[in-house]
Design a protein around this ligand. Structure first.
Ligand code: TRP
Length: 354
């Protein structure tokens, strides 16, 4: 069976380091592993519009920002097809058919949808389109016959729901759709990177993000202002490493080479953690190290981003070519779906028989 990746992001803002360790880094590694026959990376503008209907200009402007962030991280248009969701009309058609296979109460039970409804104060009036986005996400995944979907942990319920739709469709209409697997980062700290304020999630609306396009001085300012263990008041005090954002970031970003380069008194993160736990290690020293690590990690990304910012017409061309290629793939799947559902009327010779 062909190994196919589909994944994507909503273009509602620039991507941040939480996106990077939570999924982007993994995608680039999978892309370069040579294990995949086809890779589709989708900018989910139609999904972004499900809760931004009044702000189409915000969504439009962020398409290019997300595309630049993708290219900055090392997604390579020669290996991955980068495309725009709304340019693929087959996805809406497929969503419409899948809606018949899902109950309202099933969507209501989807924990991610539940959390998002709360977060957006939609309790009293949920837009129907927003409510249906897990179904549309199943269409995105299956239209490309994806076998692997590298996403953040918060997308697990979406994958679960997608697999249910695949089963239901195949059991009613015959084996047609491919069941996808979720691909999560192996490093626990990468699953959900907290904000710099220690809040559970990095989010633009909370203003607690470090963006991939951030300038060095701003990275430093943010790292040095990071929340740590609130009970670690004096250098001598023993400190807590668990749940301490500075150490979670180090878990996610630091490698042994970073110690050799920036903090040779310690050979690895475990040694640094032990010292912090014992007491006698100040937050400023740890933050300075984290800053060096983040700077080293983000510099090549920022430089690649600047290079692509100078080639915007090439970005436009690759999105257009990607969208055209993606539409061909989705159209082929839709032909199979319509055939399985027996709604390919004009391609059948048995239709006009009574
Ligand atoms: N829901 C994803 C996000 O919040 C974006 C997305 C849309 C997606 N369709 C997808 C991700 C299909 C993976 C597969 O960013």
């Amino acid at each position: 069976m062909k190994q196919i990746i589909l994944t994507g992001d909503r273009p509602t803002g620039r991507l941040h380091v939480g996106h990077y360790v939570g999924s982007l880094k993994e995608r680039v590694e999978l892309q370069n592993s040579g294990r995949y026959d086809e890779i589709y990376i989708m900018i989910a503008d139609a999904q972004a519009l499900t809760d931004n209907a009044e702000h189409p200009e915000k969504v439009r402007q962020n398409i290019i920002q997300v595309a630049l962030d993708y290219l900055a991280c090392g997604l390579d248009p020669d290996k991955s097809t980068i495309f725009i969701q709304s340019m693929i009309p087959q996805l809406t058609e497929l969503t419409f058919y899948y809606m018949n296979l899902v109950t309202v109460s099933r969507v209501q039970r989807n924990p991610t949808v539940k959390a998002e409804i709360q977060m957006r104060n939609f309790e009293a009036s949920i837009p129907v389109g927003f409510f249906c986005y897990p179904i549309s996400q199943a269409a995105d995944i299956t239209a490309f016959r994806a076998t692997a979907v590298p996403v953040g942990e918060d997308q697990m319920p979406m994958l679960e729901q997608c697999r249910e739709i695949v089963h239901k469709f195949n059991s009613i209409y015959g084996e047609t759709l491919t069941e996808p697997e979720i691909v999560l980062p192996k490093n626990q700290a990468c699953l959900r990177l907290p904000g710099i304020d220690g809040k559970a999630k990095m989010s633009k609306s909370l203003g607690n993000c470090i963006y991939l396009s951030e300038e060095p001085a701003d990275i430093k300012k943010k790292v040095m202002s990071m929340f740590t263990d609130p009970n670690h008041l004096r250098v001598e005090d023993p400190g807590k490493v668990e749940g301490n954002p500075v150490f979670i970031y180090l878990d996610a970003f630091s490698r042994p080479e970073h110690f050799a380069e920036f903090l040779p008194e310690y050979s690895c993160l475990d040694e640094l953690k032990d010292h912090y736990r014992r007491g006698g290690l100040g937050d400023v020293k740890v933050k300075k190290f984290l800053n060096n690590v983040m700077q080293a990690e983000l510099e090549p990304i920022r430089n690649r981003r600047k290079m692509w910012e100078g080639r915007l017409s090439d970005v436009y061309d690759l999105l257009k070519a990607g969208s055209e290629a993606a539409e061909k793939t989705a159209a082929a799947t839709l032909r199979d779906v319509r055939h399985a559902m027996q709604i390919d009327y004009f391609d059948r010779d048995d239709w006009m028989k009574l």
